[in-house]
Write a protein that binds this ligand. Structure first.
Ligand SMILES: [Zn+2]
Length: 445
Protein backbone atom coordinates (compact mmCIF):
# COMPACT_ATOMS: atom_id res chain seq x y z
CA UNK A 1 0.00 0.00 0.00
CA UNK A 2 1.45 3.41 -0.88
CA UNK A 3 1.00 6.58 1.14
CA UNK A 4 -2.05 7.71 -0.81
CA UNK A 5 -3.82 4.35 -0.59
CA UNK A 6 -3.00 4.20 3.10
CA UNK A 7 -4.40 7.66 3.60
CA UNK A 8 -7.57 6.78 1.71
CA UNK A 9 -8.04 3.60 3.67
CA UNK A 10 -7.47 5.27 7.02
CA UNK A 11 -9.79 8.11 6.13
CA UNK A 12 -12.51 5.77 5.00
CA UNK A 13 -12.32 7.59 1.67
CA UNK A 14 -15.57 9.23 0.55
CA UNK A 15 -17.20 9.14 3.94
CA UNK A 16 -14.78 11.76 5.18
CA UNK A 17 -15.59 15.31 4.12
CA UNK A 18 -12.99 18.03 3.90
CA UNK A 19 -10.47 19.34 1.43
CA UNK A 20 -7.87 16.66 2.04
CA UNK A 21 -10.18 13.73 1.27
CA UNK A 22 -11.59 15.31 -1.87
CA UNK A 23 -8.14 16.25 -3.12
CA UNK A 24 -7.02 12.68 -2.60
CA UNK A 25 -10.03 11.45 -4.53
CA UNK A 26 -9.18 13.66 -7.47
CA UNK A 27 -5.74 12.06 -7.59
CA UNK A 28 -7.24 8.63 -8.26
CA UNK A 29 -7.01 8.24 -12.03
CA UNK A 30 -10.11 6.79 -13.71
CA UNK A 31 -8.15 3.89 -15.22
CA UNK A 32 -7.66 2.39 -11.75
CA UNK A 33 -11.20 1.00 -12.10
CA UNK A 34 -10.79 -0.37 -15.62
CA UNK A 35 -11.16 -4.16 -15.93
CA UNK A 36 -10.57 -6.46 -18.90
CA UNK A 37 -13.20 -8.68 -20.52
CA UNK A 38 -12.29 -12.13 -19.21
CA UNK A 39 -14.99 -13.84 -21.28
CA UNK A 40 -13.46 -12.47 -24.45
CA UNK A 41 -10.04 -13.82 -23.49
CA UNK A 42 -11.63 -17.20 -22.68
CA UNK A 43 -13.30 -17.29 -26.11
CA UNK A 44 -10.03 -16.42 -27.84
CA UNK A 45 -8.26 -19.19 -25.92
CA UNK A 46 -10.77 -21.72 -27.26
CA UNK A 47 -10.48 -20.36 -30.81
CA UNK A 48 -6.68 -20.43 -30.70
CA UNK A 49 -6.72 -24.02 -29.39
CA UNK A 50 -8.16 -25.17 -32.74
CA UNK A 51 -4.83 -24.59 -34.48
CA UNK A 52 -2.81 -27.76 -34.02
CA UNK A 53 -5.34 -29.46 -31.76
CA UNK A 54 -4.57 -33.06 -30.76
CA UNK A 55 -7.14 -35.84 -30.10
CA UNK A 56 -6.53 -35.69 -26.35
CA UNK A 57 -7.33 -31.98 -26.15
CA UNK A 58 -3.75 -30.78 -26.22
CA UNK A 59 -2.00 -28.87 -28.96
CA UNK A 60 0.95 -29.43 -31.29
CA UNK A 61 1.73 -25.99 -32.69
CA UNK A 62 5.48 -26.04 -32.91
CA UNK A 63 7.23 -22.98 -34.28
CA UNK A 64 6.96 -22.65 -38.10
CA UNK A 65 4.52 -25.60 -38.41
CA UNK A 66 1.44 -25.17 -40.60
CA UNK A 67 -0.66 -24.85 -37.43
CA UNK A 68 1.64 -22.05 -36.25
CA UNK A 69 1.35 -20.27 -39.61
CA UNK A 70 -2.47 -20.56 -39.52
CA UNK A 71 -2.70 -19.35 -35.93
CA UNK A 72 -0.51 -16.36 -36.77
CA UNK A 73 -2.81 -15.53 -39.69
CA UNK A 74 -5.83 -15.81 -37.35
CA UNK A 75 -4.40 -13.57 -34.66
CA UNK A 76 -3.28 -10.59 -36.76
CA UNK A 77 -6.81 -9.30 -37.58
CA UNK A 78 -7.65 -9.61 -33.87
CA UNK A 79 -4.66 -7.43 -33.09
CA UNK A 80 -5.79 -4.87 -35.68
CA UNK A 81 -9.29 -4.85 -34.15
CA UNK A 82 -7.54 -4.02 -30.88
CA UNK A 83 -6.29 -0.82 -32.51
CA UNK A 84 -2.76 -2.06 -33.13
CA UNK A 85 -0.62 -1.38 -36.19
CA UNK A 86 0.55 -4.89 -37.01
CA UNK A 87 3.81 -5.79 -38.73
CA UNK A 88 6.18 -8.73 -38.83
CA UNK A 89 9.75 -7.89 -37.93
CA UNK A 90 12.78 -9.40 -39.74
CA UNK A 91 13.05 -12.18 -37.11
CA UNK A 92 9.45 -13.26 -37.69
CA UNK A 93 7.95 -11.75 -34.53
CA UNK A 94 4.51 -10.19 -34.84
CA UNK A 95 4.60 -6.68 -33.40
CA UNK A 96 1.39 -4.71 -32.77
CA UNK A 97 2.11 -1.08 -32.07
CA UNK A 98 0.03 1.64 -30.43
CA UNK A 99 1.74 5.01 -30.89
CA UNK A 100 2.44 7.07 -27.80
CA UNK A 101 1.71 10.74 -27.20
CA UNK A 102 5.22 11.62 -26.01
CA UNK A 103 7.77 11.23 -28.83
CA UNK A 104 10.66 11.31 -26.37
CA UNK A 105 9.61 8.11 -24.61
CA UNK A 106 10.84 4.62 -25.44
CA UNK A 107 8.39 1.80 -26.17
CA UNK A 108 6.88 -0.29 -23.41
CA UNK A 109 6.57 -3.92 -24.57
CA UNK A 110 4.30 -6.72 -23.39
CA UNK A 111 3.43 -10.09 -24.91
CA UNK A 112 4.31 -13.77 -25.07
CA UNK A 113 4.22 -16.56 -27.68
CA UNK A 114 1.70 -18.86 -29.39
CA UNK A 115 3.93 -21.72 -30.52
CA UNK A 116 3.80 -24.84 -28.35
CA UNK A 117 5.82 -27.95 -27.66
CA UNK A 118 4.75 -31.20 -29.33
CA UNK A 119 1.59 -32.38 -27.61
CA UNK A 120 1.56 -29.41 -25.25
CA UNK A 121 -1.23 -27.47 -23.62
CA UNK A 122 -3.40 -24.47 -24.45
CA UNK A 123 -2.22 -21.99 -21.82
CA UNK A 124 1.58 -21.80 -22.07
CA UNK A 125 2.20 -18.62 -24.07
CA UNK A 126 -1.41 -18.33 -25.25
CA UNK A 127 -2.59 -16.66 -22.02
CA UNK A 128 0.09 -13.98 -22.11
CA UNK A 129 -0.39 -13.33 -25.80
CA UNK A 130 -4.18 -13.05 -25.77
CA UNK A 131 -4.02 -11.17 -22.47
CA UNK A 132 -1.71 -8.61 -24.04
CA UNK A 133 -4.07 -8.17 -27.00
CA UNK A 134 -7.02 -7.78 -24.59
CA UNK A 135 -5.13 -5.04 -22.74
CA UNK A 136 -4.53 -3.21 -26.03
CA UNK A 137 -8.17 -3.68 -27.00
CA UNK A 138 -9.42 -2.25 -23.71
CA UNK A 139 -7.13 0.77 -24.04
CA UNK A 140 -8.51 1.34 -27.53
CA UNK A 141 -12.10 1.03 -26.32
CA UNK A 142 -11.44 3.48 -23.49
CA UNK A 143 -9.68 5.89 -25.84
CA UNK A 144 -6.67 5.88 -23.50
CA UNK A 145 -3.88 8.24 -24.52
CA UNK A 146 -0.74 6.30 -23.72
CA UNK A 147 2.42 8.33 -23.21
CA UNK A 148 4.83 5.59 -24.24
CA UNK A 149 4.53 3.74 -27.52
CA UNK A 150 2.98 0.39 -26.53
CA UNK A 151 4.12 -2.70 -28.43
CA UNK A 152 2.29 -6.02 -28.15
CA UNK A 153 4.92 -8.63 -28.99
CA UNK A 154 4.35 -12.19 -30.23
CA UNK A 155 7.76 -13.84 -30.14
CA UNK A 156 8.16 -16.60 -32.72
CA UNK A 157 9.55 -20.07 -32.08
CA UNK A 158 9.80 -19.71 -28.31
CA UNK A 159 9.76 -23.33 -27.26
CA UNK A 160 12.71 -24.53 -29.31
CA UNK A 161 15.13 -21.85 -28.21
CA UNK A 162 13.63 -18.35 -27.77
CA UNK A 163 14.44 -17.69 -31.42
CA UNK A 164 12.25 -14.62 -31.94
CA UNK A 165 13.39 -12.70 -28.88
CA UNK A 166 17.02 -13.54 -29.63
CA UNK A 167 16.46 -12.26 -33.16
CA UNK A 168 14.98 -9.06 -31.71
CA UNK A 169 18.27 -8.55 -29.85
CA UNK A 170 20.33 -9.36 -32.95
CA UNK A 171 21.62 -12.60 -31.44
CA UNK A 172 20.76 -15.10 -34.18
CA UNK A 173 23.95 -15.51 -36.18
CA UNK A 174 24.26 -16.34 -39.87
CA UNK A 175 25.44 -19.90 -39.22
CA UNK A 176 22.36 -20.61 -37.08
CA UNK A 177 20.14 -19.22 -39.86
CA UNK A 178 21.79 -21.57 -42.33
CA UNK A 179 21.22 -24.68 -40.20
CA UNK A 180 17.94 -26.64 -40.07
CA UNK A 181 15.52 -25.24 -37.49
CA UNK A 182 14.83 -28.74 -36.20
CA UNK A 183 16.81 -31.96 -36.29
CA UNK A 184 16.49 -31.86 -40.08
CA UNK A 185 14.49 -30.08 -42.76
CA UNK A 186 14.49 -26.49 -44.00
CA UNK A 187 16.99 -23.97 -42.68
CA UNK A 188 15.98 -21.55 -39.95
CA UNK A 189 16.20 -18.78 -42.56
CA UNK A 190 13.67 -20.58 -44.76
CA UNK A 191 11.37 -21.10 -41.79
CA UNK A 192 11.54 -17.44 -40.79
CA UNK A 193 10.77 -16.51 -44.39
CA UNK A 194 7.79 -18.91 -44.28
CA UNK A 195 6.21 -16.92 -41.42
CA UNK A 196 6.80 -13.55 -43.06
CA UNK A 197 10.17 -12.58 -41.59
CA UNK A 198 13.15 -11.31 -43.54
CA UNK A 199 16.25 -13.31 -42.54
CA UNK A 200 18.44 -11.30 -44.93
CA UNK A 201 17.67 -8.19 -42.88
CA UNK A 202 18.42 -9.83 -39.54
CA UNK A 203 22.14 -9.04 -39.59
CA UNK A 204 21.35 -5.33 -39.24
CA UNK A 205 18.37 -5.78 -36.92
CA UNK A 206 18.94 -5.37 -33.21
CA UNK A 207 17.60 -3.61 -30.15
CA UNK A 208 20.32 -2.33 -27.89
CA UNK A 209 20.34 -2.13 -24.08
CA UNK A 210 18.38 0.94 -23.02
CA UNK A 211 16.23 0.99 -26.16
CA UNK A 212 12.97 0.00 -24.43
CA UNK A 213 11.10 1.44 -21.45
CA UNK A 214 10.35 -2.07 -20.22
CA UNK A 215 8.99 -5.53 -20.97
CA UNK A 216 6.14 -7.36 -19.25
CA UNK A 217 5.02 -10.94 -19.71
CA UNK A 218 2.00 -12.66 -18.22
CA UNK A 219 2.47 -16.43 -18.09
CA UNK A 220 1.15 -19.52 -16.39
CA UNK A 221 3.46 -20.65 -13.60
CA UNK A 222 4.05 -24.14 -15.10
CA UNK A 223 4.81 -25.33 -11.58
CA UNK A 224 2.59 -26.02 -8.58
CA UNK A 225 3.59 -23.38 -6.02
CA UNK A 226 0.71 -20.93 -6.57
CA UNK A 227 -1.85 -23.72 -6.88
CA UNK A 228 -0.64 -25.45 -3.73
CA UNK A 229 -0.49 -22.30 -1.64
CA UNK A 230 -3.71 -20.76 -2.97
CA UNK A 231 -1.95 -17.55 -4.00
CA UNK A 232 -3.47 -15.72 -6.99
CA UNK A 233 -0.45 -13.99 -8.51
CA UNK A 234 3.26 -14.75 -8.62
CA UNK A 235 5.59 -11.77 -8.92
CA UNK A 236 8.61 -13.21 -10.69
CA UNK A 237 11.96 -12.33 -9.12
CA UNK A 238 13.84 -13.50 -12.16
CA UNK A 239 14.45 -16.37 -14.50
CA UNK A 240 17.00 -18.82 -13.24
CA UNK A 241 20.34 -19.27 -14.91
CA UNK A 242 21.20 -22.75 -16.13
CA UNK A 243 24.65 -24.32 -16.21
CA UNK A 244 25.11 -27.83 -17.49
CA UNK A 245 27.99 -30.21 -18.16
CA UNK A 246 28.65 -33.43 -20.01
CA UNK A 247 30.66 -35.56 -17.62
CA UNK A 248 32.71 -38.57 -18.67
CA UNK A 249 34.00 -41.00 -16.05
CA UNK A 250 36.62 -43.41 -17.29
CA UNK A 251 37.47 -46.69 -15.57
CA UNK A 252 38.46 -50.01 -17.06
CA UNK A 253 36.07 -52.41 -18.80
CA UNK A 254 36.92 -55.96 -17.74
CA UNK A 255 35.39 -59.40 -17.23
CA UNK A 256 32.63 -59.32 -14.62
CA UNK A 257 33.38 -62.90 -13.56
CA UNK A 258 37.16 -63.06 -13.37
CA UNK A 259 38.07 -59.61 -11.99
CA UNK A 260 38.20 -59.62 -8.18
CA UNK A 261 36.19 -56.93 -6.43
CA UNK A 262 39.27 -55.15 -5.11
CA UNK A 263 40.84 -54.85 -8.55
CA UNK A 264 38.06 -53.12 -10.42
CA UNK A 265 37.90 -49.65 -11.91
CA UNK A 266 34.13 -49.44 -12.18
CA UNK A 267 33.10 -46.21 -13.93
CA UNK A 268 29.43 -46.69 -13.08
CA UNK A 269 30.14 -47.01 -9.35
CA UNK A 270 32.15 -43.79 -9.46
CA UNK A 271 29.44 -42.03 -11.48
CA UNK A 272 26.78 -43.22 -9.02
CA UNK A 273 28.68 -41.64 -6.16
CA UNK A 274 28.96 -38.40 -8.11
CA UNK A 275 25.22 -38.39 -8.83
CA UNK A 276 24.45 -38.83 -5.14
CA UNK A 277 26.97 -36.10 -4.27
CA UNK A 278 25.30 -33.64 -6.68
CA UNK A 279 21.95 -34.19 -4.98
CA UNK A 280 23.45 -33.92 -1.50
CA UNK A 281 25.42 -30.73 -2.23
CA UNK A 282 22.52 -28.98 -3.98
CA UNK A 283 20.29 -29.72 -0.99
CA UNK A 284 22.93 -28.78 1.58
CA UNK A 285 23.43 -25.23 0.36
CA UNK A 286 20.87 -22.76 1.71
CA UNK A 287 18.64 -21.37 -1.06
CA UNK A 288 16.29 -22.56 -3.76
CA UNK A 289 18.82 -23.88 -6.28
CA UNK A 290 18.05 -27.15 -8.05
CA UNK A 291 20.36 -29.73 -9.57
CA UNK A 292 19.64 -32.73 -11.74
CA UNK A 293 21.38 -35.64 -13.41
CA UNK A 294 18.91 -36.49 -16.13
CA UNK A 295 20.88 -38.52 -18.63
CA UNK A 296 23.23 -41.46 -18.16
CA UNK A 297 24.98 -43.69 -20.65
CA UNK A 298 26.94 -46.77 -19.59
CA UNK A 299 29.56 -48.35 -21.84
CA UNK A 300 29.91 -50.99 -22.99
CA UNK A 301 26.55 -51.57 -21.30
CA UNK A 302 26.67 -55.35 -21.01
CA UNK A 303 25.53 -57.52 -18.12
CA UNK A 304 28.85 -59.35 -17.87
CA UNK A 305 31.28 -56.46 -18.31
CA UNK A 306 32.44 -54.02 -15.63
CA UNK A 307 31.43 -50.56 -16.93
CA UNK A 308 34.52 -48.94 -18.43
CA UNK A 309 33.06 -45.56 -19.26
CA UNK A 310 30.01 -43.59 -18.17
CA UNK A 311 28.74 -40.37 -19.61
CA UNK A 312 26.12 -38.29 -17.83
CA UNK A 313 24.74 -34.77 -17.57
CA UNK A 314 24.81 -32.42 -14.60
CA UNK A 315 22.49 -29.43 -14.67
CA UNK A 316 22.13 -26.78 -11.97
CA UNK A 317 19.76 -23.80 -11.91
CA UNK A 318 19.53 -20.71 -9.73
CA UNK A 319 18.85 -16.98 -9.83
CA UNK A 320 22.35 -16.21 -8.60
CA UNK A 321 25.43 -16.64 -10.78
CA UNK A 322 27.47 -16.73 -7.59
CA UNK A 323 25.47 -19.65 -6.20
CA UNK A 324 25.93 -21.54 -9.44
CA UNK A 325 29.69 -20.92 -9.36
CA UNK A 326 30.02 -21.99 -5.72
CA UNK A 327 27.88 -25.07 -6.26
CA UNK A 328 29.95 -26.21 -9.20
CA UNK A 329 33.15 -25.66 -7.20
CA UNK A 330 31.74 -27.86 -4.41
CA UNK A 331 30.70 -30.57 -6.85
CA UNK A 332 34.16 -30.55 -8.43
CA UNK A 333 35.75 -30.78 -5.01
CA UNK A 334 33.61 -33.78 -4.11
CA UNK A 335 34.39 -35.63 -7.33
CA UNK A 336 38.19 -35.83 -6.89
CA UNK A 337 38.20 -38.13 -3.80
CA UNK A 338 35.54 -40.34 -5.41
CA UNK A 339 37.73 -40.84 -8.48
CA UNK A 340 40.77 -41.58 -6.33
CA UNK A 341 38.85 -44.17 -4.31
CA UNK A 342 37.36 -45.87 -7.36
CA UNK A 343 40.53 -45.76 -9.46
CA UNK A 344 38.76 -43.82 -12.18
CA UNK A 345 39.28 -40.46 -13.86
CA UNK A 346 36.84 -37.83 -15.04
CA UNK A 347 36.40 -34.95 -17.44
CA UNK A 348 33.61 -32.37 -17.60
CA UNK A 349 32.72 -30.29 -20.64
CA UNK A 350 30.42 -27.33 -20.02
CA UNK A 351 27.56 -26.93 -22.45
CA UNK A 352 26.02 -23.60 -23.44
CA UNK A 353 24.77 -21.92 -20.29
CA UNK A 354 22.03 -19.36 -19.67
CA UNK A 355 22.76 -16.46 -17.38
CA UNK A 356 20.15 -15.67 -14.74
CA UNK A 357 17.82 -12.80 -15.73
CA UNK A 358 16.68 -10.68 -12.82
CA UNK A 359 13.32 -8.90 -12.93
CA UNK A 360 13.69 -5.17 -12.29
CA UNK A 361 12.91 -4.37 -8.66
CA UNK A 362 10.71 -1.32 -9.42
CA UNK A 363 8.69 -3.28 -12.00
CA UNK A 364 8.17 -6.07 -9.45
CA UNK A 365 6.89 -3.45 -7.04
CA UNK A 366 4.42 -2.10 -9.58
CA UNK A 367 3.16 -5.62 -10.37
CA UNK A 368 2.76 -6.40 -6.68
CA UNK A 369 0.86 -3.18 -5.97
CA UNK A 370 -1.31 -3.65 -9.06
CA UNK A 371 -2.29 -7.14 -7.92
CA UNK A 372 -2.96 -6.06 -4.34
CA UNK A 373 -4.97 -3.13 -5.63
CA UNK A 374 -7.17 -5.71 -7.34
CA UNK A 375 -7.58 -7.56 -4.05
CA UNK A 376 -5.31 -10.42 -5.15
CA UNK A 377 -2.79 -12.23 -2.99
CA UNK A 378 0.81 -12.28 -4.25
CA UNK A 379 4.10 -13.98 -3.61
CA UNK A 380 7.59 -13.50 -4.99
CA UNK A 381 9.02 -16.46 -6.83
CA UNK A 382 11.73 -17.39 -9.31
CA UNK A 383 10.89 -18.84 -12.71
CA UNK A 384 12.53 -22.23 -13.11
CA UNK A 385 11.53 -22.33 -16.76
CA UNK A 386 13.01 -20.22 -19.54
CA UNK A 387 11.04 -17.38 -21.17
CA UNK A 388 11.56 -14.72 -23.83
CA UNK A 389 11.55 -12.27 -20.90
CA UNK A 390 15.09 -13.44 -20.01
CA UNK A 391 16.31 -12.00 -23.30
CA UNK A 392 14.31 -8.79 -23.01
CA UNK A 393 15.83 -8.29 -19.53
CA UNK A 394 19.15 -7.64 -21.32
CA UNK A 395 17.81 -4.46 -22.94
CA UNK A 396 15.44 -3.01 -20.36
CA UNK A 397 13.61 -3.46 -17.06
CA UNK A 398 11.67 -6.74 -17.17
CA UNK A 399 8.77 -8.06 -15.14
CA UNK A 400 6.75 -11.26 -15.25
CA UNK A 401 3.33 -12.05 -13.82
CA UNK A 402 2.57 -15.69 -12.98
CA UNK A 403 -0.88 -17.20 -12.51
CA UNK A 404 -1.62 -20.69 -11.12
CA UNK A 405 -1.26 -23.87 -13.15
CA UNK A 406 -3.70 -26.42 -11.74
CA UNK A 407 -1.70 -29.33 -10.33
CA UNK A 408 1.49 -27.68 -11.53
CA UNK A 409 1.13 -29.45 -14.89
CA UNK A 410 2.54 -27.91 -18.06
CA UNK A 411 3.84 -28.94 -21.48
CA UNK A 412 1.02 -31.48 -21.39
CA UNK A 413 -2.52 -31.70 -22.77
CA UNK A 414 -3.59 -31.61 -19.10
CA UNK A 415 -2.17 -28.12 -18.64
CA UNK A 416 -4.99 -26.00 -17.19
CA UNK A 417 -5.50 -22.57 -15.68
CA UNK A 418 -8.92 -21.51 -14.38
CA UNK A 419 -10.68 -18.73 -16.32
CA UNK A 420 -10.90 -16.53 -13.22
CA UNK A 421 -7.14 -16.82 -12.75
CA UNK A 422 -6.60 -15.87 -16.39
CA UNK A 423 -8.84 -12.82 -15.92
CA UNK A 424 -6.96 -11.85 -12.75
CA UNK A 425 -3.66 -12.11 -14.56
CA UNK A 426 -4.81 -9.98 -17.48
CA UNK A 427 -6.15 -7.34 -15.08
CA UNK A 428 -2.79 -7.26 -13.30
CA UNK A 429 -1.08 -6.87 -16.69
CA UNK A 430 -3.48 -4.03 -17.59
CA UNK A 431 -2.92 -2.14 -14.35
CA UNK A 432 0.84 -2.69 -14.52
CA UNK A 433 0.99 -1.37 -18.11
CA UNK A 434 -1.05 1.68 -17.11
CA UNK A 435 1.04 2.44 -14.04
CA UNK A 436 4.32 2.02 -15.92
CA UNK A 437 3.01 4.17 -18.75
CA UNK A 438 2.15 6.91 -16.25
CA UNK A 439 5.41 6.60 -14.32
CA UNK A 440 7.98 9.31 -14.81
CA UNK A 441 10.59 8.25 -17.32
CA UNK A 442 13.44 6.54 -15.55
CA UNK A 443 11.27 5.73 -12.54
CA UNK A 444 11.09 2.06 -13.45
CA UNK A 445 14.80 1.71 -14.07
ZN1 LIG B 1 5.81 -20.19 -22.54
Amino acid sequence: MNRRDLLLASLGAAAVPGPLASAEWRMQPPWRSWRVDGDRVARWLVELSRFGTTPDGGVSRTGFSDADVEARAWIQPIMREAGLEVAIDPAGNILGKRPGSDPTLKPLLFGSHIDSVLNGGNYDGDVGTLGAIEVARLLAEKGYRNRHPLWVTLWCDEERGLTGSRGFLGQVAADELARPAGAAGPSLADQIRKIGGDPAAMAGYRHEPGSIAGYLELHIEQGGVLDQTGVAVGVVEGIVGIRSWEVTVTGFANHAGTTPMDQRKNALLAASEVILAVDRLVKAMPGRQVGTVGRLQVRPGAQNVIPGEVEFSIEIRDLSTDTLDRLWAEIRGAVEPIMARQGTSWAARERASNLPAIAAEPVRGVIDRAARGLGLSTRSMPSGAGHDAQNLARIGPMGMIFIPSVGGISHSPREYTRPEDVTNGVNVLLQTVLQLDQAAEGAVR
